[in-house]
Design a protein around this ligand. Structure first.
Ligand code: HEM
Length: 381
């Protein structure tokens, strides 16, 4: 579909599974330019009225959605500066031994378990959710609940009531957690965010809640899908898999290539035109939604030679798997570190790892944003 769209309709009107009218942009050059275009706004709560949507937006969801990824400068600049203060390279680097030991514990349990398994359950999900929850400070016992809520919110299949219930649950959960950390701070990102100060500025209660929501959802869904989609891509490209097994120094470039090729997200989060904007040859009026298909841009042969080919040694510079411009992924260093540890340790532990079903029978989740598998049946040994 993307091959055809890039050739014949690179900026095309679509209706999302949620029933929203939008413009889908598929060429690399257009997507990358639009990601950094200040005429494409994110702060829909401030600019869009209910008439601009074709659907009703739930107020609780709107409250949680008002995080920095849905804000424009100067609000975005201010919030990003405050979180960058707390989310330091030191905090990320310090996670390496902990990520490695969480990974090893999961692999130990898999070694003792059945030879056939769904790789998401014992590995991709617990690893991604445990790391982000530990970083932020969400308790172990609450992680399954959190997974359910996040899946419901990002799915295109659930009912409006289900989405609302998930948003309310998350709201209550975060309110409670923030109150607890205010009373007794510990060494986690939430406590650091509460303490973060920048020239006398700090995060309001609403900003803290929305930031938690963003970090947890952005940090766990994407990582889970990088691991699962990445393993699927490797298992279905045996030559590349062998190359990586034979030379683990390729791990950093393999992670980058898997971000490009296996795309944990189908498109960047929605933007809308603050004024009339021309993308490619298409004039888009003001107040229209625009979806930038990063997954298509990453496979555009005008930017990447043999773009559909997986090549774990490829120069992937300029890929847009982490976005581009002011909203470039805040968690990219953590995602890279976690990806290297996860793929490296999994391949080393299970030299005979293989798909347990045919490639065509793995199921994909019904979401327009998330490009993720429902399950990944594998044989471990
Ligand atoms: C493989 C893993 C990941 C991928 C593919 C990914 C992808 C992205 C993309 C494409 C964007 C830009 C979205 C847009 O412009 O519409 C983004 C932003 C963001 N990501 Fe990630 N991400 C990953 C992991 C993480 C992790 C682990 C964290 C948390 C620690 C995180 C936190 C964020 C935040 C906070 C933003 C918003 C930044 C802003 O608005 O300035 N991400 N990510």
């Amino acid at each position: 579909m993307f091959v055809r769209l890039r050739s014949f309709a690179p900026v095309t009107p679509v209706i999302t599974p949620e029933g929203v009218r939008a413009w889908l942009v598929t060429r690399y050059e257009d997507v990358r330019a639009a990601l950094a275009d200040p005429r494409l706004g994110k702060d829909w709560v401030a600019h869009m009225t209910p008439e601009d949507f074709d659907i009703n937006v739930d107020p609780v969801q709107a409250f949680l959605d008002q995080h920095m990824l849905n804000l424009d400068p100067p609000d975005h600049t201010r919030l990003r500066r405050l979180v960058v203060t707390a989310f330091t390279p030191r905090r990320v680097a310090a996670l390496r031994p902990r990520i490695a030991s969480i990974t090893d514990e999961l692999l130990d349990a898999m070694s003792d378990g059945p030879a056939e398994t769904d790789l998401i359950e014992p590995f991709a999900f617990p690893l991604s959710v445990t790391v982000i929850c530990e970083l932020i400070g969400v308790g172990v016992g609450d992680r399954e609940l959190f997974r359910e809520w996040s899946e419901t919110l990002l799915s295109s299949r659930g009912t409006r009531q289900e989405s609302r219930a998930a948003a309310v649950n998350m709201y209550e959960y975060f309110t409670h957690l923030v109150a607890e950390r205010r009373r007794s701070p510990v060494d986690d990102l939430l406590s650091a965010l509460i303490a973060a100060r920048d020239s006398g500025d700090s995060l309001s209660e609403h900003e803290l809640l929305a930031m938690m929501f963003l970090l947890l959802v952005a940090g766990h869904e994407t990582m889970l899908n990088l691991i699962a989609n990445g393993v699927l891509a490797l298992l279905t490209h045996p030559v590349e898999l062998k190359r990586l097994r034979d030379d683990p120094s390729l791990l950093p470039s393999a992670v980058e290539e898997l971000l490009r090729h296996a795309n944990p997200l189908n498109h960047a989060t929605e933007r809308f035109t603050l004024e009339p904007v021309t993308i490619g040859d298409t004039d888009i009026p003001a107040k229209e939604w625009v979806m930038l298909a990063t997954s298509s841009a990453n496979r555009d042969p005008s930017r990447f030679a043999d773009a559909d080919q997986l090549d774990v040694g490829r120069d992937t510079a300029g890929h847009v798997g982490f976005g581009h411009g002011i909203h470039y992924c805040l968690g990219a260093p953590l995602a890279r570190l976690e990806g290297e540890i996860a793929f490296g340790a999994l391949l080393a532990r299970f030299p005979r790892l293989a798909l347990a079903v045919s490639e065509s029978s793995v199921r994909w989740r019904p979401s327009s944003l998330i490009h993720g598998l429902e399950n990944l049946p594998v044989r471990l040994r």
